[in-house]
Design a protein around this ligand. Structure first.
Ligand SMILES: [Zn+2]
Length: 315
């Protein structure tokens, strides 16, 4: 009976203490995310091992979200807080300030090379909380599958300290999911390849598809709101007339409203330009669970299919 035995015995005691708490498992680390897209990603990596809270409900617009005290409470007790950043969640800094949260904060856009977009010059700056000034960085990175893979990888790394001993499992799930995203991106590329290059032109409700355009070779002709944010005010008659002229000139056959926005403005522009209105794109959020488009991969497929179909590709 030497030192080795004592060491072994001590080890067994530690194991017993960890494993035997009568039906008392350690509390799951709380992971708070802002949008349903981030929630889908975090949930696929952390699964039932994390206590996942999504602040902006699926189907709602994160630009205009109004947080409640329940949201502050969720952040207060979070171990990890994941957001898009770059002013996308204009309501988040104030919400964090209202708590004493010790959560690790992961802003996914921080490590990315972002697209700089020009805002059109109407009075959007009158809106409080609107953080997108002219020449702002575009936060809508999730429409590029490769940036989504980068985000999933960062989320995986951020979850590891919360789930010690589970690193390998997290990596396995992350690798498999990133592979699924990569394959979805390849499918889109193949679909787009069948679309004549002169038809690869997008007009949306607000400026939300620049990353999709950059990745898959589309040109952004303009957007009805003339803004990176849905909080923007209505553009002037002359701005709309200019957009109508660009659309007529381009020969683009359809415009794209978005699921979380009233389509009135897009319909008006489409009518004046004499072009069709496509089914709405999913720009900001997943659809509620149980509906088509309730996962990130479904959202990618829906948007690509809607765009390619409306711009003239037969299925
Ligand atoms: Zn947006």
């Amino acid at each position: 009976m030497g030192r080795n035995f004592m060491r072994l015995a001590a080890g067994v005691l530690v194991l017993l203490a960890a494993g035997c708490g009568p039906e008392k498992s350690p509390p799951k680390p709380r992971v708070v995310v802002t949008t349903s897209i981030l929630g889908d990603w975090a949930g696929r990596i952390g699964r039932e091992e994390i206590d996942l809270v999504v602040l902006v409900p699926p189907g709602s617009d994160a630009h205009t979200f109004q947080p409640t005290t329940a949201d502050a409470a969720a952040i207060e007790s979070a171990a990890l807080l994941i957001s898009v950043g770059e002013g996308y969640e204009s309501w988040l800094p104030g919400l964090i300030e209202a708590t004493r949260t010790k959560a690790v904060q992961l802003e996914l856009t921080r490590g990315m090379s972002l697209i700089e977009r020009e805002e059109e010059d109407h009075d959007h700056q009158e809106h409080e909380g609107h953080e997108h000034a002219q020449g702002a960085e575009d936060p809508h990175f999730w429409h590029d599958p490769e940036l989504a893979m980068q985000a999933v990888s960062e989320i995986t790394d951020a979850l590891k300290p919360l789930l010690p001993g589970r690193e390998k499992n997290l990596d396995q799930r992350s690798d498999a999911y990133q592979e699924a995203i990569r394959e979805a991106g390849e499918k889109i590329r193949a679909r787009v390849a069948a679309l004549p290059p002169e038809r690869r032109k997008l007009v949306t409700s607000h400026d939300s598809f620049a990353y999709f355009a950059q990745r898959f070779g589309f040109e952004i002709l303009g957007n009805a709101l003339g803004s990176l944010s849905t909080e923007a005010s209505r553009p002037s008659a002359s701005e709309l007339a200019a957009l109508v002229a660009v659309i007529k000139d381009s020969g683009v056959p359809a415009l794209f409203p978005e699921t979380t926005l009233d389509s009135g403005l897009v319909r008006q522009v489409a009518k004046e330009a004499g072009v069709a209105v496509a089914p709405p794109l999913m720009a900001e959020t997943l659809n509620p669970p149980g509906e088509p488009g309730s996962t990130y991969l479904e959202m990618l497929a829906h948007n690509a299919e809607t765009i390619c179909a409306a711009l003239g590709l037969k299925k």
